[in-house]
Design a protein around this ligand. Structure first.
Ligand SMILES: CC(C)=CCNc1ncnc2c1ncn2[C@@H]1O[C@H](COP(=O)(O)O)[C@@H](O)[C@H]1O
Ligand SMILES: [Zn+2]
Length: 334
C-alpha cells in the first residue's frame, strides 16, 4: 500500500536517463536529480532537485512516460494499491496545459490497467503552497472536474510544496471547498518545526490524512493539543523515513516519529514520498522500519494490511482485503 508518492519525485534512475537523452542540451546529470545513500541535503537543496526534474519533464510525452514507468516500478516492487499525487503544471514553451497534464496522468493510469499491470492506481491533484491561494482555488476546481469525469480515478487533493513558504490560513477556503465537493484531503502538516499554528488551524478542517506530521507532538516542539486533534479524528499519518532523514528534518532513523505514533496504536502508514529523489522503494522503507524499530514480519504485515483502511478509495477496500488474505500464505508462515 503506497499512499504518499509525488509523481516527479518518484522518477527512477532509468527514466531520468531516458529523459536526459531526450534533452541533452539541458546538461543535466543524474547527481542533480537524486540524493544517494548516506547523503543529506537541506530542505532547500531538496526542493531545488524538483526544479531540475521539472525541466526534464515538460511535455505530455514526458508525463506519460514518467507516470507509466513510476506505476510499473511500484507494481514491480509488490505495491498493489498506489495513490499518486502530482502538481498540474503549465509549460508555455511546450504548450502543455494543467488540464492536459492531469489528463495525461489519467491516460497513463488507464494504459497500465489495460496492459495488465497488477496494481490499482488512484490520483490526488496537488496544490503547491508556493503558488498561493488563487492558484489553489483553481486547482480545486480542476480536481473537482476530474473527480466527476474520471469515474473515480481522481480521489483527492494534496497540499504540499516548500513548507517554509506561505501560511496554511491562505489555503483554508480552497481546502474547505475541496472537502465540501467530496475530494479527500491529504495535507503535509508540521513538516518543519515552525508550523504549529498552521497545523492547529488546518487540523480543524479536518484533513483525511496527514503527510509527515514530523513536529506535531510536544517532545519535538508541537503540542498535546495538536496530538489530541489528530487522535480525536483518528487521522492516519503518512510516514516517510528516508525522506525525513535525507531532508534532515529527522536526525536519524531511530529518532523518527514513526515510533511515537506506532506505539500509541495510531494509524500510521509507511510511504516513500519521493522514491526517485531519495533512492528508495517501498520495500526498503518497510525494511528500514523493521530493522530500526525491531518489528517482526507479522508486525510489518499488519502495518501494510491496516493501511488498506486509510485509502481514499473505499470502493476498493474489500477487494484489497481479499488480496491480502490470498497473498499472506504465499509470502510467509505466520
Ligand atoms: C525537500 C524534501 C525533504 C522533500 C520531501 N517532502 C516534501 N514536502 C513537500 N512537498 C513535497 C515533498 N516532496 C515532494 N513535494 C512536492 O511534490 C513536487 C514534485 O512532484 P510533482 O511535480 O507534484 O509531481 C514538489 O515540487 C513539491 O511541491
Ligand atoms: Zn510529500
Amino acid at each position: 500500500m503506497e499512499l504518499h508518492a509525488h509523481l516527479n519525485g518518484s522518477v527512477s534512475f532509468s527514466t531520468i536517463e531516458k529523459l536526459v537523452a531526450r534533452k541533452p542540451h539541458l546538461n543535466i546529470e543524474h547527481g542533480m536529480t537524486a540524493i544517494r545513500s548516506g547523503q543529506r541535503r537541506t530542505l532547500d537543496e531538496c526542493f531545488q532537485v524538483f526544479k531540475v526534474i521539472h525541466q526534464l519533464v515538460d511535455t505530455e510525452e514526458d508525463i506519460l512516460m514518467v507516470a507509466k514507468d513510476v506505476i510499473r516500478e511500484f507494481a514491480a516492487d509488490g505495491v498493489k494499491y498506489l495513490e499518486l499525487r502530482s502538481t498540474p503544471r503549465k509549460e508555455k514553451t511546450t504548450g502543455m496545459t494543467k488540464r492536459r497534464y492531469v489528463e495525461t496522468v489519467i491516460e497513463a493510469i488507464r494504459q497500465c490497467k489495460n496492459e495488465g499491470v497488477d496494481i490499482e492506481v488512484r490520483f490526488l491533484v496537488a496544490v503547491d503552497r508556493r503558488n498561493g491561494a488563487e492558484v489553489a482555488m483553481e486547482t480545486v476546481k480542476l480536481a473537482e472536474d476530474f473527480m466527476l469525469s474520471t469515474g473515480g480515478l481522481v480521489v483527492g487533493l494534496d497540499l504540499s510544496g516548500d513548507p517554509t513558504v506561505g501560511h496554511g490560513r491562505d489555503f483554508l477556503p480552497a481546502l474547505q471547498k475541496a472537502k465540501n465537493c467530496g475530494l479527500k484531503l491529504s495535507l503535509h502538516l508540521s513538516e518543519v518545526p515552525s508550523q504549529a499554528d498552521e497545523s492547529e488551524l488546518l487540523l480543524n478542517i479536518p484533513p483525511d490524512r496527514i503527510g509527515h506530521g514530523t513536529f506535531l507532538h510536544p517532545e519535538v516542539g508541537g503540542s498535546q493539543s495538536l496530538v489530541d486533534k489528530v487522535r480525536k479524528h483518528n487521522t492516519p499519518l503518512e510516514l516517510c523515513l528516508t525522506s525525513n532523514v535525507k531532508g534532515q528534518t529527522v536526525s536519524s532513523y531511530s529518532q523518527h516519529h514513526f515510533l511515537y505514533w506506532y506505539q500509541m496504536g495510531h494509524p500510521s502508514v509507511i510511504c516513500t514520498d519521493d522514491k526517485g529523489v531519495f533512492c528508495t522503494d517501498l520495500s526498503q522503507e518497510y525494511q528500514l522500519a523493521a530493522s530500526t524499530f525491531n518489528l517482526s514480519q507479522e508486525d510489518m504485515w499488519t502495518l501494510s494490511h491496516k493501511a488498506i483502511d486509510c485509502t481514499f478509495a473505499p470502493d476498493l477496500q474489500q477487494q484489497l482485503h481479499q488480496k491480502w488474505l490470498e497473498l499472506q500464505p504465499t509470502l510467509f508462515q505466520l
